[in-house]
Each structure stands twice: as structure tokens, then as C-alpha cells.
Write a protein that binds this ligand. Sequence first.
Ligand code: NAD
Length: 329
Amino acid sequence: MKILFYSAREYDVETFNESNKIAQNDIKYVEEKLNNNTVHLAQGYSAICVFVNDCLDREVIDGLAEKDVGLIALRCAGFNNVDIERCKQKAIKVVRVPEYSPYAVAEHALCLMLSLNRKINKSYNRVRDGNFSLQGLLGFDFHGKTIGIIGTGKIGSVLAKIVVAMGMRVVAYDPFTNLECINLGVEYVSIDELYELSDVISLHCPLNDHTKYLINQKAIDKMKDGVMLINTSRGAVVDTCALIDGLKSKKIGYLGMDVYEQEANLFFMDKSCEIIDDDVFERLLTFPNVLITAHQGFFTEQALMNIADTTLQSVEAFENKQLLRYEVK
Ligand code: NAD
């Protein structure tokens, strides 16, 4: 099958080529992000493969339909960037990779927690600079602290398992309870109780109309003073300006982010020689208690290989007109 692969990076090409050795699909990789200016590139392709920051709004979907693209294969779990309704109207199928490695993202959330607490970014630089002072590096034991997990699906439940083993009390909020979590001793509470009880809050819900700006000024006001907030879900689950206010007032004591609402203009690109004109992002970088990674939670060898294998299995099923196991409906 002819597949156009948008937003391609070297690591995508390597893993997809490896996974494609048997099926031998005709894949063309382009670095461009999909948007209204680049949709014309899809001419002549039956399927496109896209990632988290490609734009698949109504206009782009219409453009894809005009070019007879029949399948959109998301090589990620989230699908908040796709106008699913429009895809249905235009009879374009959408598939995603819902479970490539919950461990990758949960472990990254833990990594942000541990690094923020023990100020690893600071101590790394200090030691390299011959500065062996411990002043300002004081951390705390996670053991005995309470973590609030918002969204106890695949990633949230893996994080719950890890932090239970660290001796943390785990409270959670999710419209659906997860039996595995209950068996672990996770206590499901209301969202307000979670805000009140938690020393650490980690977000693992999808971005949708209900969760957009879930973490806003009102929510932050209900949290403990000095709370640690970790976001590896999607940028717009939090109101970034409210976070900045929370950091300035010291309500938020630590902030770890792997995702950012306006990340499409920044992440996955080398901008080190450019002027970054996003003042909100730049303000975040001025806080010593903020740690930002550029959407790398998913980025492990195992996850990349699973993403490629699952995506190409979906392409094969589409080509053979079989049931699409991971179709987004
Ligand atoms: P999942 O579908 O297994 O779990 C999501 C959970 O969130 C479900 O249990 C669902 O009931 C719950 N939920 C839905 N609405 C909620 C709400 N309003 N409040 C609280 N909980 C709610 O998904 P997952 O695989 O665990 O992934 C979670 C999210 O992580 C994805 O949607 C994606 O946005 C993000 N993600 C990020 C990366 C990364 O690299 N940083 C990688 C993969 C996924």
C-alpha cells in the first residue's frame, strides 16, 4: 500500500523500515507536518501516517478526502488533533496505537517526579562545574506521601503500581474505576478530594471537551501548598497561564511537563539557533522548580517498535478490508 508519512524523523524511518521488511509497503517519508499547506502532498496515497502535532481539522480532512485518502494511521495513542466526526462523514477510517507501552510514559512521569524532587538537573550541572555544595538541593521522601492520579487507564495504572511499591498512598480520580488499581489499594475519591489530599498530582487522562483546562485557577486553589504537578498527558489539560500564577504564588512547588499546549510550534524540532517567540513557554523556563521535556514520554525502543508494528498491522487490515482492531470511532 502507498503510505505518506508526515512529520517523519530519523528514528521513525529506522523503526518503520525495520517493521516494513515483510509487508513491503511503499512508504514515503516527509519531514513536513500535516496541515492545510501540506495536505496536497497526500495526492496519490491511499493512507497517511501522522503524529501528535499534525493538524487534522475539518479543512485538512476535506483535502484528504478529495485526494481519496482512505486511512489515517495515527502513530500515537491520543487523537485529540483529529476531527473524527468529519472523518466519519467523509468515510475516512482512523486508527491509532492505544497501547504501545504504558511503561514508557509512566516511567517518564516518575522520572520527572524524582528529578524535580532531588534537583538532578541542578546537581548534574553543579558537579560538572566543580561545585559540590548541597545548598538548595534538599529533597523529601516520597515514601509516606500521597499521590493523586487523574486517569487510571493503561498509563495511570502502571504509575500506580510503581508508586505503591515506593510506599506512597495513592488516591485517584477517573469516571471509571479500574479493578487492578482497587486491588492495589488505590482509593478512588472525588476530584476535589484528590486536590486536597495530594502532595503530588499526575495527569493521565485524555484531552477532550471535558478535560480541556481541567487544571485551571480554581483547581489549583484547591491543591495543597507546594504541590508537585506532573503532566505527561496533553498540554491543554492544563491552563498554562494559571500554572504560571500558581508558580509565582508558590502554590505549585514543582512542575514537570512533557507536553505543552502550544508544543506544535516547538517540539520535535531543533530550535536552538532561533529566537523562540512564545513568551508563556519562555516564562515557564525561568522557574528553577520547573522541568520540561519535549514530549519524550513515549520515546523508548520498545514503544517505537510496537508503534511501527501495530500501525503496519492496521494498514494491512485496511488493505485486506478486515476489521480494524484499533479504529477510532
Ligand atoms: P487510557 O485510555 O488507557 O486511559 C485514560 C483514562 O483516563 C481512562 O481510564 C479514562 O476513563 C480516564 N478519563 C477520561 N476522562 C477523564 C476525566 N475527565 N477525568 C479523569 N479521568 C478521565 O489512556 P492511556 O494509554 O493511559 O493514555 C493517557 C493519555 O496519555 C493519552 O490520552 C495521551 O494523551 C497521553 N499520552 C502521552 C504520551 C507522551 O509521550 N507523553 C504518550 C502516550 C499517551
